[in-house]
Ligand binder design. Structure first.
Ligand SMILES: NC(=O)c1ccc[n+]([C@@H]2O[C@H](COP(=O)([O-])OP(=O)(O)OC[C@H]3O[C@@H](n4cnc5c(N)ncnc54)[C@H](OP(=O)(O)O)[C@@H]3O)[C@@H](O)[C@H]2O)c1
Length: 207
């Protein structure tokens, strides 16, 4: 199976010019065009759309945690304040950008921003600085709902459970999203449920 092309070298460009160059007054100005790196939502989602309850996950899937680590390694992660607090620490090997409306919020080892536009702009800048090929939205429900309209890809783990919960992944509109890969997960001793890795690509441009 080919790996999901998170790091493909042809990110969607806001506009096309030479590499990092723009014509201005007859001169080429380097760095004026910044490529927009793909925005990828990564989530583990139950059959009923639930992703968590009481600010925690509802299943233990160590295979999925390994997959999450591999898929997000070396990339900036945008997450809501509640998800950050449920994880409790910055994840190693990645840069964490926490979104909150609370001007007094601070936490060690993370970037704190107060709006989604600011979070995504910072993530783009950090991805460029880190040499990452994508930026990742890592939840939770509120943040997925506010970013799915701008996302380029969804990298989901479909979990074969339907638990009650208070956080959910937004509806995936089949007119907007095309499933491009489905790989059954190999359930191991650390996995409480069957699961499947499913990737979607945007079928029509983000609105
Ligand atoms: N299954 C999965 O893959 C997965 C992944 C991640 C999380 N989760 C689960 O999802 C649940 C958490 O999700 P959630 O929806 O409750 O919370 P969340 O999305 O993690 O965080 C919500 C918080 O983000 C901040 N926020 C949201 N929109 C904002 C905006 N536009 N500007 C500034 N700040 C904004 C607010 O923080 P303030 O209140 O501080 O202002 C808000 O309370 C947990 O159960 C967690 O375990 C599951």
């Amino acid at each position: 199976m080919p790996e999901f092309p998170f790091d493909r070298k042809t990110p969607p460009f806001a506009a096309r010019a030479g590499p990092g160059a723009e014509r201005s007054g007859g001169a080429l100005r380097r760095g004026a065009m910044t490529p927009r790196l793909p925005l990828v939502l990564v989530a583990a989602v139950a059959r009923n759309g639930v992703i968590g309850a009481d600010n925690r996950l509802l299943w233990r899937l160590s295979s999925d945690l390994k997959r999450f680590r591999a898929r997000t390694w070396g990339k900036p992660l945008v997450m809501g304040r509640k998800t950050f607090q449920s994880i409790g620490r910055p994840l190693p090997g990645r840069e964490t950008i926490v979104v909150t409306r609370d001007p007094g919020f601070s936490a060690e080892g993370v970037f704190v921003v107060h709006g989604l536009d600011a979070a995504l702009a910072l993530a783009q800048a950090r991805a460029a600085a880190m040499g990452a090929g994508a930026i990742v939205v890592a939840g939770g429900g509120e943040i997925y709902a506010q970013t799915i309209g701008r996302a380029d890809r969804l990298a989901l783990t479909e979990v074969a459970l339907a638990p009650e919960g208070d956080a959910a992944f937004p509806r995936i509109d089949p007119a907007e999203w095309r499933e491009i890969r489905r790989e059954p997960g190999g359930r191991g001793p650390g996995d409480e449920a069957d699961f499947c890795f499913v990737d979607f690509e945007r079928a029509k441009p983000a609105g």
